[in-house]
Design a protein around this ligand. Sequence first.
Ligand SMILES: [Zn+2]
Length: 265
Amino acid sequence: MPDGDNRGAIANIGFVIGAEGVAVIDTGGSYCDGMGLKAAIRARTALPVTYVINTHVHPDHIFGNAAFAGEGVSFVAHRNLPRALGERGEHGLQSYAEQVGPEAMQGTKIIPPTELVTDTLRLDLGGRALVLIARPAAHTDADLTVFDEATATLWTGDLIFLDHIPVLDGSLKGWLALTAALMQQPAARIVPGHGPPSAPWPEAGEKQLRYLQRLAEDLRGAIRAGKSISEAAAVCGTGEKDGWQLFGAYNSRNALTGFAELEWD
Ligand SMILES: [Zn+2]
């Protein structure tokens, strides 16, 4: 969880260096988190940051943007991201500040995208291409994946969680289908949104797929049995508790979100 000690730096963020420029993939949970990433880039290259890619709207992935704002920097995101930012950007700043403290949030601002991905977008960093794909509603309704062709590394953002329980803020059915579809996509490794910095693919998707399947099955059973949404939230998914961090913090919330979607099936 974001708190005063980690200053909101809880997600996997990083960068890819080409011959002409650098692409940042997610910027962290605050301006100071973003500045830390910028220092890590400067320790490795003097090339300019030409692209900042935001994989989705959540604060821990996007609130470091201001550290990279400037001329010649293109902020790239899913076509739905401006809407998501409009709906919750300001509120997100406030609630994140309550979690990490105002000092850690100093300088943190909403920086909206300047370039939108509607389907697929190829970015050239100079001899190194990144392929961005706008995904249908899954973890959120504005998730992007980034594929680095040179290393066959797939950056999933929060479309894949490891260790940290998956957090549902989009569509359970969509996320189930997309997890399975991503697992068919060849890649040497992924960079998940949370968990270790990289993991072998597609094995790293199995645990999340199992959790989402279990959650959906339990919810469908509860709906058929006429259970209330709060009864369902107390039990659905709990059979998959083992091995996930923060299960207690998010599982019932996931069940509430999934229930609201599946009850209309
Ligand atoms: Zn997220």
